[in-house]
Design a binder for this molecule. Structure first.
Ligand SMILES: Cc1cc2nc3c(=O)[nH]c(=O)nc-3n(C[C@H](O)[C@H](O)[C@H](O)COP(=O)(O)OP(=O)(O)OC[C@H]3O[C@@H](n4cnc5c(N)ncnc54)[C@H](O)[C@@H]3O)c2cc1C
Length: 558
């Protein structure tokens, strides 16, 4: 069968197989490289339904469907050998922005969405550091989060309703429902009824195990959020909780209703420079007492890169900040920071309704830090804070764009999270774990320090098999440490290919099996984004690393 012709026959959208496009869709921001067989760009939900039915009706062809939005996933979530579905080409309309919510198609870029919500003084507060690059559908796919998550939580909290095409080739509205509505749905003798019944029973039957296995952190995007699907107190059943963060492994999201907030008007920032990490935990916990809305950090390696690529930072800064004076001052700010080169810079943002209120909060936090003698603190008003945000948000992207033939960004321990109160014990152990690799890999640390969430991004020569073999070795060691502290291996970047194989270790045999059951209930024929999350294996993932595969034997030798 000529697959391209067969698909073009049934859908109104595009079917693409030119080399350049296939090449472009072989990569995302992860360490993997997988070339798809075909790219489809569905025009509407009818197209998606037809694709689902086609794949289901031709199981002899062993096809699957992987939705892809902007392709900035760091865990390999949007990569496939089979059919990749480009959601940005046609599913890119903002349908409505209401008084406190927005209805939007999943392929809308966040950078196009935010200006429209801001026109109504509304904001989706789980936006990412990659907000200029990613879509809102990708945020739902990964259960993304960002600088405001400390106060506002991650994407799952802001999803009110979804439209999803499930395995039976039908599109459904998925939203929180009452117990009476659930009982009615369960009585339906159809695909939807059975789905609700089985997921409800699974969540209830395993309630205690699920609650126990839930990471003890303020953020998590691993596994399926089964523990939040049924609320015992309100008796609300909410299937959006398992679909958000499922990376397209349970169905294809075709429409999203987000709840939005009215952002606070005024901000002030407390900047803290640490000469070393010895007091980090105490300083973090002291700042947290003052309840900043965001609390972020970046390290000296980030400053070194920013200094090296000042023109790039200036170029990106222009997109966020139109004040020519601020732009002019950026290079001298970066040069000064480079001269001081603190081990870590932390930025805590306080928000409120008046300038007086926020300056008081930031100054209060600054005053509380005077007991730490070796640190440098500085209160920055909202007109001056852009330069700090550009460093925090842009560092990974600049690093990624300056990868050389030999060294490239290699995210695999890029998103670990523990409770901030565990930092005093956790951080020295993490440093000890990474110490033997200091001469082999350079890495930057940035992240959401207020949540205890660190992005550790090494630069590695992925063309060397012995360097690639460090990926499983370091992952194993770092994740084991994170699990010892009840943390999660991914706060916001999800499992995909890179962390999926470690889910059994993170959740234990029983809860991992429950999560596999979720996948089987939604997708018995494995047609939705296989090899990710609970369907991932070490063998498959490590065979598809960019630079070349490694086998279990390769990394077992180490
Ligand atoms: C420089 C940089 C900085 C980053 N910073 C952050 C950060 O601060 N916070 C954060 O959370 N992430 C961050 N990321 C990772 C990534 O940008 C986010 O997770 C983002 O939300 C993914 O969006 P995307 O549009 O690129 O989605 P994609 O990468 O295309 O897809 C992400 C996942 O969602 C699935 N998916 C896409 N569309 C659908 C759909 N319609 N239905 C079902 N599933 C779907 C895909 O299959 C895939 O598994 C960063 C990445 C980069 C490169």
């Amino acid at each position: 069968m000529n697959l391209k012709a067969a698909l073009q026959e049934i859908i109104k959208g595009d079917v693409i197989d030119d080399d350049k496009s296939l090449e472009a869709f072989s990569k995302d921001a992860s360490i993997f490289l997988i070339k798809p067989q075909l790219i489809v760009a569905p025009k509407d939900s009818e197209d998606i339904k037809k694709l689902v039915n086609f794949v289901n009706n031709h199981q002899e062809l062993d096809l699957s469907l992987t939705p892809r939005a902007a392709g900035t996933c760091m865990s390999g979530g949007s990569l496939t050998e089979s059919i990749v579905m480009d959601m940005t080409k046609y599913f890119n309309k903002i349908i409505k922005i209401g008084d406190n919510e927005a209805i939007v198609q999943p392929g809308v870029f966040y950078r196009d969405f935010e200006p429209e919500t801001l026109k109504k003084n509304l904001l989706l507060p789980c936006y990412t550091s990659s907000k200029m690059l990613n879509t809102v559908g990708g945020m739902v796919g990964n259960n993304s989060a960002g600088e405001k998550t400390l106060t506002y939580g991650q994407t799952e909290r802001w999803v009110k309703e979804l439209k999803v095409v499930f395995e039976d080739g039908e599109e459904y509205v998925v939203k929180p429902i009452t117990k009476i509505e659930l009982e009615k749905k369960i009585k339906q003798n159809d695909f939807e009824g059975k789905l609700y019944k089985r997921i409800y029973e699974l969540a209830i039957r395993n309630w205690d195990d699920l609650q126990k296995a839930k990471p003890k952190t303020s953020k998590n995007s691993t596994g399926y959020y089964l523990w939040n699907v049924w609320n015992k107190e309100t008796e609300i059943f909410d299937l959006t909780k398992v679909i958000t963060g499922s990376q397209g492994t349970l169905g294809i999201v075709t429409e999203i209703t987000f709840e939005l907030i009215k952002p606070k008007l005024e901000t002030a920032m407390l900047e803290v420079e640490l000469p070393n990490l010895s007091q980090l935990d105490d300083v973090v916990n002291e700042v947290l007492k003052h309840q900043p809305e965001s609390f972020e950090c970046f390290d000296n390696q980030t400053i070194k890169f920013a200094h090296k690529y000042i023109p790039d930072f200036s170029e990106d800064f222009k997109k966020h900040n139109s004040d020519p004076m601020q732009l002019k001052l950026l290079p001298s700010f970066l040069r000064d920071l480079f001269k001081r080169l603190p081990a870590l810079v932390m930025i805590a943002e306080f928000t409120g309704d008046t300038e007086e209120e926020v300056m008081k909060q930031a100054n209060g936090a600054k005053a509380a830090l005077t007991k730490f003698t070796k640190i440098k603190t500085n209160v920055v008003s909202s007109k001056d804070d852009g330069k700090y945000w550009i460093l925090r948000r842009d560092s990974f992207n600049i690093l990624r764009n300056h990868s050389s033939k030999d060294l490239r960004t290699a995210p695999f321990i890029d998103d670990i999270v523990v409770k901030p109160e565990n930092l005093p014990l956790f951080l020295p152990k993490l440093q000890k774990t990474l110490a033997p690799y200091k001469n082999k890999i350079i890495y930057t640390i940035a992240g959401h320090i207020g949540n205890g969430n660190f992005h550790i991004i090494p630069l590695m020569n992925m063309n060397k098999p012995e360097i690639r073999a460090l990926v499983p070795e370091i992952s194993e060691k770092v994740f084991s440490l994170v699990f010892e502290f009840g943390g999660s291996m991914a706060a916001e970047h999800n499992d995909g290919l890179v962390r999926g194989p470690f889910l059994k270790k993170m959740y234990g045999e029983k809860v991992f099996h429950i999560m596999q059951t979720v996948k089987k209930i939604f997708d018995p024929n494995r047609i939705f984004n296989p090899h990710k999350k609970v369907d991932a294996t070490f063998e498959y993932s490590y065979a598809h690393m960019s630079g070349g595969g490694i086998t279990v034997q390769d990394y077992a030798k180490k």
